[in-house]
Design a protein around this ligand. Structure first.
Ligand SMILES: NC(=O)c1ccc[n+]([C@@H]2O[C@H](COP(=O)([O-])OP(=O)(O)OC[C@H]3O[C@@H](n4cnc5c(N)ncnc54)[C@H](O)[C@@H]3O)[C@@H](O)[C@H]2O)c1
Ligand SMILES: [Fe+2]
Length: 386
């Protein structure tokens, strides 16, 4: 089966190895003639970035680069990029990199013609209607990690360094009109980033699947996303050049983000305060929390996990699935406890208060109270999975 295709759901996606060569065409299709390529300092010097710029030059598009996006991007990163976008007269953004670069690029493009400050567009109620839609510049999104699925999302996650919180900036038109999913761009990912980002894709699919709201379409996508992770993440981790595994992980990542409009849950709610305070990698942090949250949700998801396990050929229902997660984590070299990603036990109360108001907490199948969140931080610190 040829792993190349054009999809129109949830947006226009050019899928296949080598298709970054179509970047110029994708820009034109999005109405961009003077792109600003937004990326991070790790990706900027790589050959894949030179290749993307070459593809733009070949299409006659004069591009500039803004590469000052840090992992867990901040408002200052967005402001700096926005200044370059406006001063350079750019009419759109090529968001190129991992979730950090994609989120920053999307928010920079969104902010181009806005007059209100960025925090006014946090994903709260109908705040997105405050935005001037004509002020939003188009984006071509090109992920170089397979995890966040931000390329098919309508939001960007930006850290507020003053309050140490991760905030979601949302607008329906933040969905990039053109996406290129080229697995060759992910071949050079170091194994530990392959592992962490892949587990983020799994966390998106799993939390979306378990979230109790009614959205059978999203649920179906989540199930297939979980299967793709199950059958490909270890292969991509062990052999980064396995292009089929890389391709399937890129699909799984995009599917996770497509599915999670149904809801996320306590994995993300516990993870966001940790990422904001300790600047840990998002996917890795989710991976550490996953079995503890499954444990907490055990009764609420028992029947659903039975069904999921049956579909995936995992024996034993919920316990079988938990066992699969624990083994996958171990095989990917992911630590079992949060102290091993740099989290101490001094701020659990504060983090628990942040977790329960995180927008993702509401999607958890079992209500998450402050004392539950505190218990979960303790369990994840001590390594207690029932
Ligand atoms: N918008 C969303 O829906 C959404 C969903 C989940 C997570 N996020 C956000 O995404 C961010 C995490 O994104 P991420 O997990 O992709 O990590 P990342 O973007 O922070 O990148 C991690 C590291 O990988 C490097 N890297 C990226 N591509 C590479 C490549 N091809 N080869 C070698 N190195 C490469 C980067 O330079 C960086 O050092 C977090 O800020 C998180 O909150 C957003
Ligand atoms: Fe995530």
């Amino acid at each position: 089966m040829a792993l190349t295709a054009n999809w129109n759901f949830p947006t226009a996606i050019r899928f296949g190895a080598g298709r970054v060569s179509e970047l110029g065409d994708a820009c034109r299709a999005a109405g961009i003639t003077r792109p600003l390529l937004v990326t991070d300092p790790g990706v900027a010097p790589l050959d894949i970035t030179a290749g993307a710029l070459e593809a733009l030059a070949e299409a006659g598009l004069e591009a500039a680069v803004f590469s000052q996006v840090q992992p867990n991007p901040t408002a200052a990163n967005v402001e700096a990029g926005l200044a370059v976008l406006r001063e350079g007269g750019h009419d759109g953004v090529v968001a190129f990199g991992g979730g950090s670069a994609l989120d920053a690029g999307k928010v920079i493009a969104f902010m181009r013609g806005q007059t209100r400050p960025m925090w006014d567009f946090e994903d709260v109620g109908d705040w997105w209607t405050r935005a001037d839609p004509d002020g939003i510049a188009p984006v071509v999104a090109v992920p170089t990690t397979a995890g966040t699925g931000s390329e098919v999302g309508r939001a960007g996650v930006i850290t507020n360094v003053e309050t140490h919180t991760k905030k979601v900036i949302f607008h329906p038109r933040m969905m990039p009109p053109q996406v290129i999913l080229d697995p060759e761009l992910t071949v050079g990912l170091p194994p530990h980033i392959t592992a962490g980002t892949g587990m983020d894709a799994l966390a998106h699919c799993l939390e979306a699947y378990c979230s109790p709201s009614y959205h059978p379409m999203a649920e179906g996508i989540a199930v297939e996303g979980i299967r793709l992770v199950k059958e490909n993440l270890l292969d991509a981790y062990r052999d980064g050049e396995d292009i089929e595994a890389r391709a399937n992980m890129l699909s799984a990542a995009a599917m996770g983000a497509t599915a999670f409009q149904k809801g996320l849950g306590a994995i993300h709610a516990l993870s966001h305060p940790v990422g904001a305070i300790y600047n840990t990698h998002h996917g890795l942090t989710n991976a550490v929390f996953m079995p503890y949250v499954m444990d907490f949700n055990r009764e609420a998801v028992w029947d659903k996990m039975e069904r999921l396990s049956g579909w995936l050929g995992i024996e034993g229902g919920y316990p079988g699935f938990l066992d699969f997660v624990l083994r996958l984590r171990r095989d990917l070299g992911i630590p079992h406890t949060i102290d091993r990603i740099g989290v101490d036990d001094g701020r659990f109360d504060e983090m628990a208060d942040m977790a329960i108001v995180d927008p993702t907490a509401g999607g958890n199948p079992r209500p998450l109270k402050a004392h539950d969140a505190r218990d979960l931080y303790e369990a994840a610190f001590e390594g207690r999975v029932a």
